[in-house]
Design a protein around this ligand. Structure first.
Ligand code: NDP
Length: 291
């Protein structure tokens, strides 16, 4: 029978551990980590994400700094803000909520962040560290997926893994993390031949395509562990909005060994790992020791 991978519960446990570590750090070393979030524009989904991040940052005992900018802000103004946050000793992590308006280059903005404060792990230096097997800050969503897989399967050594999607923020870093765990990794994308058969061979299937319920029951091998990264808003039969993943949950649950739900799977892990990255950044940047 398929086992549900309960990201909400696992994330809550990890968040409690982080809060305990923050309290200890504060008491013993006088350090209270701080996370600055920059939101440009009024995108409703981004506003919700930023609000949740700020609330959870404070709940674990860290300081939260929110910078809300108009959608008309210039690129230079954003770069100036980042420069100030890079120099601010009370700020350990800087996150720029994506997407950004057209007049601002995501690439320029992300790469202006001090890599030691780049808690999203998107800076080219941190991406390079991951790709070459060095220590650095790793993108939160794939890190959260890996955490779920290790909690569920334990040792991943030698497993056949397929990552569907090759974006710089999910697919590629996910594949690099699985390779680091000694999985045999395939990366599939929109040009992959015989995609369905490729997916079916995998013991671990991580799906990040942004296509509602694309992966069907026939695509999944018996007993595979399926991690659904997708977040898609669709209308149900009564015209109400609902969230679904990139995996057809009802069909795939009939064959998979383990599966994450949407919502309540990868989503909560992303925020928990953001807090973990902020803690790591605070400890490393200040030359402190852990536990
Ligand atoms: P991108 O759009 O950047 O990348 C999508 C990838 O999927 C691309 O590599 C693309 O291939 C591939 N793809 C698209 N259509 C197909 C297809 N029909 N067949 C095979 N491959 C296909 O998306 P992201 O990686 O940013 O996000 C993916 C999903 O994850 C989205 O639903 C997003 O909302 C969600 N997400 C969830 C997060 C969370 O916290 N839970 C965080 C981040 C993202 P190609 O490269 O060839 O174009």
């Amino acid at each position: 029978m398929t086992k549900l991978i309960d990201g909400k519960t696992i994330a809550a446990r990890l968040t409690t551990e982080i809060a305990a570590e923050v309290e200890k750090l504060n008491k013993e070393q006088g350090c209270q980590p701080g996370l600055a979030v920059i939101l440009v524009g009024e995108d409703p989904a981004s506003q919700i994400y930023v609000r949740n991040k700020a609330r959870q940052t404070e709940e674990v005992g860290m300081r939260s700094f929110e910078h809300r900018l108009s959608h008309r802000v210039s690129q230079q103004e954003v770069l100036d803000l980042i420069s100030g946050l890079n120099d601010d000793d009370g700020v350990d992590g800087i996150l720029v909520q994506l997407p950004l308006p057209d007049q601002i280059s995501e690439h320029r903005v992300i790469n202006a962040i001090n890599p030691a404060k780049d808690v999203d792990g998107f800076h080219v230096v941190n991406r390079g560290h991951l790709a070459t097997g060095m220590k650095g800050l790793v993108p939160c969503t794939p890190l959260g997926c890996l955490y779920l897989l290790k909690e569920t399967l334990g040792d991943l050594n030698g497993k056949r893994a397929l990552v569907l999607g090759r974006s710089n923020i999910v697919g590629r870093p996910m594949a690099e993390l699985l390779l680091r765990e000694n999985c045999t990794v395939t990366i599939a994308h929109s040009r992959t031949a015989e995609l369905e058969a490729e997916c079916r061979r995998a013991e671990i299937l991580v799906v990040a395509v942004g296509r509602p319920q694309m992966v069907k029951r026939e695509w999944v091998g018996e007993g595979a562990a399926v991690i659904d990264v997708g977040i898609n808003r669709i209308e149900d039969d009564e015209g109400r909005q609902k969230l679904v993943g990139d995996v057809d949950f009802d069909g795939v649950s009939q064959v998979a060994g383990y599966i994450t739900p949407v919502p309540g799977g990868v989503g909560p892990m992303t925020i928990a790992l953001l807090l973990q990255n902020t803690l790591q950044a605070a400890i490393e940047r200040r030359g402190l020791s852990r536990r």
